[in-house]
Design a protein around this ligand. Structure first.
Ligand code: NDP
Ligand code: GDR
Length: 347
């Protein structure tokens, strides 16, 4: 039998890279849509990349964009995927206040474009494609915890409002056209591959650099917000499990434990014997016009229906991220000391 094929938007992002590793380990051929960029943007995939001229390559990358309906349609028709994972997004909540129009176009209308490509392909070929939509706990916004699949959405940012639209587009395509389409409502998940301007990675990166003497201060915004933080490697498995069920449905994926940003600071700085209060300063520019104060999911449905549960604890997650960033900072320090870069420059 031919191996299964998956098509992933957002393959170059944190989740895209973990999902690709996971699907390759399951024997899938993985196709990813990448954006054209003036610099290479595939660093998170470098360790699994095999030259496509070599026949063993089971990961293939194609240029496209969620803003380009014709490209989405073309790749769905050409690749003939069994599963489509829509992970692509302008995923930074703070940035969505500065670029609301673009965020809505990519996050909300982008999902609609991809659903339309999948629906049209299925209708014209008679094939079935299973579709995963990357939903977010941000959709709950100001609705108090614990949040589950029945909790009302009250989005607090252009990003969250766009994710709510994408959620309902997905439900509608399931009901209207019988598409096998699932929404994963994932709470925050982090890893050493997390983008550097999300708060966890911003903190662990600073911890590494402060520890080796490359930086003294860390500027942050609201330290009182609480998040339900899990490990991205665990969460991508839940995405796949959703598409292996008999019927399509929506699921919350969370650890069911939440911590404030301050608690994250305490844990991360404490792990290397530093006192965070000596290094952190508040910069109002990182406050958001409307904040999401408290997220803590209830993942009972994912546990019972998918048999999913998180494996990495909060403490283990922080340790994993600090260890990784400390090692990066040590390498950066060698380059600085030998004059190859200055300490403000990225290696
Ligand atoms: P990242 O920000 O790490 O990755 C986003 C991906 O989307 C990147 O591959 C990026 O490409 C791509 N992308 C951005 N704009 C476009 C576009 N116009 N067309 C096509 N692709 C685009 O996000 P994560 O991996 O953390 O998250 C994956 C998905 O899950 C996102 O949709 C996010 O909103 C959602 N989510 C994430 C959670 C989390 O805690 N991580 C929680 C809940 C939901 P490039 O590399 O070129 O920038
Ligand atoms: P979030 O993650 O908004 O929950 O969205 P982020 O790490 O950006 O913020 C978490 C909390 O930390 C506060 N904060 C800061 N945040 C950032 N980025 N930078 C700072 O300097 C800072 N200081 C304090 C924020 O105000 C917030 O309360 C993430 C993204 O991955 C979304 O795509 C995803 O949908 C949700 O998680 C679930």
């Amino acid at each position: 039998m031919d191996c299964k094929k998956a098509l992933i938007t957002g393959i170059t992002g944190q989740d895209g890279s973990y999902l690709t590793e996971f699907l390759l380990s399951k024997g899938y051929e993985v196709h990813g849509i990448i954006r054209r960029s003036s610099n290479f943007n595939t660093q998170r995939l470098d360790h699994i990349y095999i030259d496509p001229h070599i026949s063993a390559a089971r990961m293939k990358l194609h240029y496209g964009d969620l803003a380009d309906a014709s490209a989405l349609r073309k790749w769905v028709d050409a690749i003939l995927p069994d599963e489509v994972y829509n992970l692509g997004a302008q995923s930074h909540v703070g940035v969505s206040f500065e670029n609301p129009d673009y965020t809505a176009d990519v996050v909300a209308t982008g999902a609609l474009r991809l659903l339309e490509a999948v629906k049209t392909h299925c209708a014209t070929t008679g094939r079935q494609i299973r579709y995963y939509q990357a939903g977010s706990s941000e959709m709950y916004g100001s609705t108090p915890p614990p949040q589950d699949e029945a909790t009302a959405f009250h989005p607090r940012s252009p990003y969250a409002a766009a994710k709510v639209a994408a959620h309902w587009y997905t439900v509608n395509y399931r009901e209207a056209y019988g598409l096998f389409a699932c929404n994963g409502i994932l709470f925050n998940h982090e890893s050493p591959r997390r983008g550097e301007n999300f708060v966890t990675r911003k903190i662990t990166r600073a911890v590494g650099r402060i520890k080796v003497g490359l930086q003294k201060k860390l500027f942050l915004g609201n330290l009182k917000a609480s998040r339900d933080w899990g490990f991205a490697g665990d969460y991508v498995q839940a995405m796949w499990l959703m598409l292996q069920q008999e019927t399509p449905d929506d699921y919350v994926v969370a650890t069911e434990e939440s911590h404030t940003v301050e608690e994250f600071l305490e844990e991360a700085f404490g792990y290397v014997g530093l006192e965070w209060r000596e290094h952190v300063e508040i910069d109002p520019r990182y406050f958001r016009p409307t904040e999401v104060d408290n997220l803590r999911g209830s993942a009972a449905k994912a546990r019972s229906a998918l048999g999913w549960k998180p494996k990495v604890s909060f403490k283990q997650l922080v340790a994993m991220m600090v260890d990784s960033d400390l090692e990066k900072a040590q390498r950066e320090k060698v380059l600085v000391e030998h004059g190859f870069i200055d300490s403000h420059q990225q290696p």
